[in-house]
Design a protein around this ligand. Structure first.
Ligand SMILES: C[S@@+](CC[C@H](N)C(=O)[O-])C[C@H]1O[C@@H](n2cnc3c(N)ncnc32)[C@H](O)[C@@H]1O
Ligand code: SF4
Length: 383
């Protein structure tokens, strides 16, 4: 179950129609609702489920592989083979090994909630350019200045979501920023006193600017597996520009600490990078720096920014696209990443670059920032 800060419950992290809201129903009520049962039946029968179109499209163009099939495989390994596979958002190159007959599994088990992915609040210390106030309170002021009506603060206590965390072995904490919000300390308290702690898998997405409490570090050493995913979108000052409020020297120090901890306590440390108009022409700088810090290449997950459209590389001007494409013949990045970028950048724009430039320049003005990519700024100013 994927829960947004406003307690809307979705089937997964991808944009989809909410199943319900936890203000109106309990997690178990939603999980056992006729809507969920109909999703299960349709999935088992190979019928399409509304809202899952992005995965079906991926399966068509990627030999049957999508987030959906990746999840089926990951949970097959966990639930039927007692095996925690590494996590990977850039899942499309993962071999699928679906040897489980889920109809049989469902015939012999009562479905119960196995994984909760929780945006427990929208409280965040940053206002990254790709984000918005549904997920970051720091965006609220800027949205008002942009003439957008911001989402309200969402800050319910963890127990108010209604989950029984003693029975759920896998919890993902998104945000807002998990290590800035009070809900993570509540989760730590819950897990700390759980007799089943050694079976827990915890996953966090963090901006890396704030370290968790000593108590959280301590429970991480007692659980079955920790997956820590740090979001970094560019190198140094360009990262600070995009991830507004971030400070590279702090991030760098925290990353080194996490690398040390991950080696000492065997947790999975990953980096998540959002490919966007600002970083597409110098991703190699960040990539090589991360590898130099000791992050294995396979632990760097790249995702294309599709929303907001102003940041989508398909909307760059053709001249700039040509420069990026020519640059990619010289720089050395993993083949699958290069192919993904070159394929996406050649798509037809879905908004005019004028809109991207106007959005970027207005935000610079509001935030008193200067676009650190002069070549891109030139296009923005002249479009
Ligand atoms: C919303 S953040 C919450 C967790 C934490 N604050 C962080 O930044 O990692 C979760 C993930 O969404 C990513 N993200 C932000 N804006 C996005 C966008 N427009 N499209 C896709 N992913 C985005 C972030 O980079 C991060 O990896
Ligand atoms: S740190 Fe995460 S939640 Fe906060 S603004 Fe950035 S992407 Fe959004």
């Amino acid at each position: 179950m994927h829960v947004k800060p406003n307690k809307d419950v979705h089937l997964c992290s991808r944009k989809s129609i909410p199943l319900d809201n936890l203000n109106n129903a309990t997690p178990e009520g939603i999980f056992n609702s006729s809507t969920m049962n109909s999703v299960r039946t349709k999935m088992l029968n190979g019928e399409c489920v509304a809202g899952c179109e992005k995965c079906y499209h991926e399966e068509k163009v990627n030999k049957g592989q999508s987030l959906r099939t990746f999840m089926n495989n990951w949970f097959d390994q966990l639930l039927n083979h007692n095996n925690v596979l590494p996590w990977k958002e850039g899942f499309l190159d993962r071999a699928i090994n679906l040897d489980t007959n889920w109809e049989d599994v469902f015939a012999h088990t009562t479905p119960s909630i196995k994984w909760v992915a929780l945006h427990a609040s929208n409280v965040c210390n940053l206002a990254c350019r790709g984000c918005y106030s549904l997920l970051s309170t720091k965006w609220r002021k800027d949205e008002e200045q942009l003439g957008i009506n911001p989402y309200p603060l969402q800050n319910a206590k963890l127990h108010e979501f209604g989950f029984n965390f003693d029975d759920i072995d896998f919890v993902t904490m998104y945000g807002g920023e998990p290590f800035y919000m009070k809900q993570n300390n509540e989760l730590t308290n819950t897990i700390e006193s759980d007799p089943n702690i050694k079976n827990k898998i915890l996953q966090y997405f963090t901006n890396g600017m704030i370290l968790p409490s000593a108590q959280t570090f301590a429970i991480w050493r007692r659980i079955r597996q920790l997956q820590l995913i740090i979001s970094i979108d560019s190198y140094d000052t360009e990262n600070d520009y995009f991830r507004h409020g971030s400070k590279w020297s702090v991030l760098e120090k925290n990353l080194q600490l996490y690398i040390k901890e991950s080696l000492n306590y065997n947790y999975e440390l990953r980096i998540s990078t959002l490919i966007n108009i600002y970083n597409v022409n110098n991703l190699d700088v960040l990539h090589n720096w991360l590898v130099g810090q000791g992050i294995p290449e396979k632990n760097i997950d790249y995702n294309l920014c599709i929303y907001p459209q102003e940041l989508d590389i398909r909307n760059l001007p053709q001249d700039y696209k040509d420069k990026v494409m020519s640059n990619y013949t010289n720089i050395s990045l993993p083949d699958d990443l290069t192919n993904m970028i070159l394929e996406h950048i050649q798509l037809e724009p879905n908004i005019d670059f004028i809109a991207a430039g106007a959005f970027s320049n207005k935000l610079d003005e509001i935030r008193n920032q200067t676009n650190p990519i002069p070549e891109l700024k030139l296009y923005m100013d002249n479009s």
